[in-house]
Design a protein around this ligand. Structure first.
Ligand SMILES: Nc1ncnc2c1ncn2[C@@H]1O[C@H](COP(=O)(O)OP(=O)(O)OP(=O)(O)O)[C@@H](O)[C@H]1O
Ligand SMILES: [Mg+2]
Length: 231
């Protein structure tokens, strides 16, 4: 089992979109994949589970797993063949205060992940250096950072790279994301650990986010990306 954390300290750069399609692409390649929403803004949860009642989401959420009120396996919703989701609600924002001083919580979570039977675990994370981001980084075998051709998205990567280096976490890999062909060529000229595969700007993603449904038109790029990163 390998864990992949999608992270950037720049908001709106495509983390959630990347997490959703990276995971769904692996599931379509017959892998067993678990997506964990570690962002209290819970856009990933809203994508897959927008019809589930708040009480139900809240009782079997990442926050309540950390609290010890529910087991991780009881909190998994299967949303597509081979694809499970652990949801989050805004309550996760209390994690820093409640668990930050207790290393046992993160250790228990790490051990619970290890006991699961998935090929890949993928974390979506918030654009801030919070408990939930560090939790996802500590468990990461790969860290992936979407970037555009903008100094702010590149800074969003550099800050994650610093946090990884300081905490003995693997070096993040950048994925040119939501970019034109020209921007992707410009990014390839910058000295960054970037993938050759880029994900183009496409109205399909915005439509997909509004409808909470996977687009059927974007799989080739994601299949290339999963192969390049996980080879
Ligand atoms: N390749 C793309 N082409 C066009 N639009 C995109 C693309 N990727 C993402 N978007 C749109 O950009 C917006 C932000 O994307 P997303 O929510 O994935 O970013 P994020 O980094 O997770 O944001 P946050 O930091 O708020 O969690 C969304 O409306 C999404 O549909
Ligand atoms: Mg997001």
């Amino acid at each position: 089992m390998k864990s992949i954390t999608i992270a950037s300290l720049k908001g709106g750069v495509g983390k959630t979109t990347l997490a959703i399609y990276f995971a769904a692409s692996l599931a379509r390649q017959k892998k067993r994949v678990l997506l964990i929403d570690a962002d209290p803004n819970n856009n990933l949860t809203d994508f897959f589970l927008r019809n589930e009642e708040l009480d139900s989401l809240q009782s079997k959420s990442l926050y309540n797993i950390l609290k010890g009120r529910v087991s991780i396996s009881d909190a998994i919703r299967i949303v597509e063949p081979g694809l499970g989701v652990v949801p989050t609600t805004p309550e996760l924002a209390k994690a820093q205060n409640e668990f930050g001083a207790n290393p046992g919580t993160a250790l228990r979570f790490h051990n619970a992940l290890k006991s699961l039977d998935f090929d890949y675990i993928i974390f979506d994370t918030p654009p801030s250096l919070t408990y939930e981001l560090y939790l996802a980084l500590y468990n990461a075998d790969h860290v992936i950072c979407p970037i555009g051709f903008s100094r702010w998205t590149i800074q969003g990567y550099q800050l994650i790279a610093e946090a990884c280096a300081q905490n003995n976490v693997t070096e993040p890999v950048c994925v040119p994301f939501n970019v034109s062909k020209k921007d992707s060529e410009r990014i390839s000229e910058i000295e960054l650990p970037s993938t050759k595969t880029s994900i183009p700007k496409s109205a399909e993603f915005a439509k997909s986010a509004i409808n909470g449904k996977l687009s059927e038109k974007v799989w080739d790029e994601f299949s290339d990306l999963t192969k390049e990163i996980l080879r």
